[in-house]
Ligand binder design. Structure first.
Ligand SMILES: Nc1nc2c(c(=O)[nH]1)N[C@H]1C(S)=C(S)[C@@H](COP(=O)(O)O)O[C@H]1N2
Ligand SMILES: [Mo]
Length: 334
């Protein structure tokens, strides 16, 4: 087990995330086979030897050194996207994750090492000129990679500031040639019960999905992410492909994507299916709109525990506020 320093603001005694609390109740009521014990034990039963006893940073560095795209790193940083706070320590970001496929708690980094990153393909389907399946390495080499420092905000009120590597999703959308009537793009995460124990938790609506409007997907901020801290992503952070929309809560940003579907119907995501009153379609960051179970006024930085006032649009209003101007009667913020 990694040494997990408990931070003052974490929920005491429980490793369940706020995102999962309501579900846990539901699961207990349903009397599902996998009882509270497995989760209370920190997912011991769900873990295996991958990454066990290793230093998480050394383990990741060794993996990165063998990655087929290692020659593309580090990519040049784009100066336009500046931070107002220090970059979070890599070590903190790679051991504190939400990735429910691997468990409904934060310490999933070892379990996620079972995810096999090659071969990997991305299926592009639905309302496009031609449906296709593209190999991940072909895809990553098609679009020039750049590095961008962005703030990141989970709906649970923890936050980080990290250098992502990737390419604008707008370029991939253009390449996919969506039909004129396509209004949304839906991302689907991997689904393999042999790899990840979460799929046995049948009360979750697997696979993990979430979607964006085409305007959001092609906004200049929206990044198809392949790396972080100047290296290919570690599996626990969504390798080999994840989407990042820094003005939205983290749950809108699916990891380990295998499929992108263009559609004219607004999708209902994994989280919206579970708790529509808590996790809506838009989910833009706003300090003034509390989550039904906690305030969003303040966020806490991973690693330092520093508290900072939450910013509307997570501070990215100049890039994205215009996307929402015409929308009336929509719950834009959670
Ligand atoms: N496939 C998948 N993607 C996911 C999640 C998940 O459970 N499964 N969790 C989301 C949530 S709630 C957050 S906050 C971020 C966390 O990203 P990180 O662990 O890389 O910091 O991933 C998002 N993407
Ligand atoms: Mo989250």
């Amino acid at each position: 087990m990694p040494i997990h320093r408990r931070r003052g603001w974490e929920l005491p005694a429980s490793r369940l995330t706020p995102e999962a609390v309501a579900l846990d109740r539901r699961r207990l009521l349903a009397g599902a086979a996998l009882g509270a014990g497995a989760i209370a034990a920190g997912g011991h039963a769900l873990r295996d030897a991958f990454g066990q006893g290793r230093d998480p940073v050394a383990w990741w560095e060794a993996q990165a050194a063998n990655d087929p795209t290692r020659d593309l790193y580090p990519a040049t940083r784009t100066a336009r996207y500046t931070l107002d706070r220090p970059i979070t320590e890599a070590r903190e970001a790679i051991i504190y994750n939400n990735f429910y496929e691997f468990g409904s708690h934060k310490t999933i980094w070892q379990a996620a090492q079972r995810l096999e990153l090659r071969p990997w393909t991305l299926r592009i389907d639905g309302m496009v000129a031609a449906e296709r399946t593209v190999d991940i390495d072909t895809l990553i080499r098609r679009f020039p990679l750049e590095e961008r420092t962005y703030r990141f905000r989970c709906v649970e009120a923890w936050a980080m500031a990290v250098p992502w590597t990737g390419f604008p999703l707008a370029e991939l959308v253009r390449w996919a040639e969506p039909q004129a009537g396509a209004k949304y793009v839906v991302f689907q995460s991997f689904q393999d019960a042999k790899v990840a124990p979460g799929f046995r938790q049948s009360w979750y609506p697997w696979p993990y999905t979430d979607g964006l409007t085409i305007e959001e997907a092609t906004n200049e901020l929206t990044l198809m992410v392949t790396g972080i801290y100047g290296k290919p992503l570690p599996p626990q952070m969504g390798a080999p492909l994840r989407v990042i929309t820094p003005w939205k809560y983290g749950f809108k940003q699916p990891k380990s994507i295998v499929r992108m579907t263009f559609t004219d119907r607004r999708p209902v995501s994994f989280w919206e299916t579970l708790q529509p009153n808590e996790y809506g379609f838009w989910a833009n960051v706003n300090p003034e709109v509390p989550h039904p179970r906690w305030s969003q006024a303040v966020e806490r930085m991973l690693g330092t525990g520093e508290r900072r006032p939450t910013q509307i649009w997570n501070g990215y209003g100049a890039f994205v506020a215009h996307l929402y101007e015409g929308l009336k009667g929509e719950r834009l913020f959670a």
